[in-house]
Design a binder for this molecule. Structure first.
Ligand SMILES: [Zn+2]
Length: 141
């Protein structure tokens, strides 16, 4: 297994960054705190994987993420606001880019989802998700 071409995360115990995202989302059901961070769990991951998104939708997601982290928005409000801003992509135009049109631009990040997910420890994971989100925000210029 090689590192993720997009976020640069090396495989962690045979798990990819996508596997860790699925693990993180599964952990939400065990932890209210993690559940309350849902927007940050998903948005931080998405920001590090832009190729999956329509470039205009990604620009909206990126701007909203910066505002959410800087403004300390709670995940509920951040999610609602993002949904509102992405409304133009509810029709024929989609947030996700067709697989064939995706172009990966490798980028080195200080933190990836591997730094956030602490197996069987939702409280530590929640604390690390906040650090991961802040770190990613700082690296978006
Ligand atoms: Zn990745």
């Amino acid at each position: 297994m090689s590192p993720c071409r997009e976020c640069g995360m090396p495989p962690s115990d045979g798990r990819t960054c996508r596997d860790l995202l699925m693990e993180l989302l599964a952990m939400e059901s065990e932890s209210r705190e993690l559940q309350s961070l849902h927007y940050y769990n998903v948005a931080t991951y998405n920001i590090q994987h832009p190729s999956a998104f329509d470039p205009e939708a990604y620009a909206i997601m990126r701007a909203a993420f910066i505002e959410a982290v800087d403004g300390g928005w709670n995940a509920h409000d951040a999610r609602r606001e993002l949904k509102r801003r992405l409304a133009p992509f509810d029709g024929p135009r989609k947030v996700l880019r067709p697989e064939a049109d995706r172009v990966v631009v490798p980028r080195a990040w200080s933190r990836t989802i591997a730094d956030a997910v602490r197996r069987s420890d939702p409280a530590a994971t929640a604390a690390q998700v906040k650090e991961w989100a802040k770190s990613v925000r700082m690296e978006l210029s």
